[in-house]
Design a protein around this ligand. Sequence first.
Ligand code: DC
Length: 227
Amino acid sequence: MKKIIIAIDGHSSCGKSTMAKELARQIGYMYIDSGAMYRAVTLFCLQKGFFTGDILDRKSLEKEIQNIRISFVKNSETGQFETFLNGENVEKAIRSMEVADKVSIVAAVDFVREAMVKQQQSMGLEKNIVMDGRDIGTVVFPDAELKVFITASPEIRAQRRWKELIDKGEQTTFDAVLSNLAKRDSIDSSRKDGPLRKAEDAVVLDNSHWTLEEQNQKLLELYRERC
Ligand code: DC
């Protein structure tokens, strides 16, 4: 079978990661969650005290950006890839509301994007990779053999995300999650570098009313068509 790159982009909380992960598992590909990389840089900024409210100390971050190493390590018990920041497992910490609230600010910084895109491109050298994010089909891998753009209505996305957070024991409301999503959609779509945008040759999937099974089936079909 031909080795390919699969780029999955789309809005926040539309189930991209779940779909991308499942596809990678089924076809034996490496899965990279590029959003986790921006979240890890955000956690780094929070830990170092680079934020004053929503104001980021860009100068301090720029000095440190080359010292931020992000990697993905497979957990042998769950079989899932987990995110490591400078050798420390941060998979849980990067999913908090505190990180979610600041990540779009960090992801809009040009030198952060440049550093992350470089790391992502080197992860794709061997192909056999499923990567999800916002600019994978447009900037990171413009020649990817399969590009998919996933979306769903804001209310359905917020409902899914809210349930995920509550199940993990986070204290938050549906309205707070909906407003965080709206804020992130707006910053992600309007930034200058690598904005959230559908690649011209991407297949669009609106999964508002699809079951996980149906979505996975559709992705598998698309993959088989390209191989
Ligand atoms: O997919 P996610 O919600 O975990 O992404 C976290 C943030 O990172 C989101 O606000 C958008 C940003 N992001 C990005 O700018 N580019 C990517 N390739 C992936 C995520």
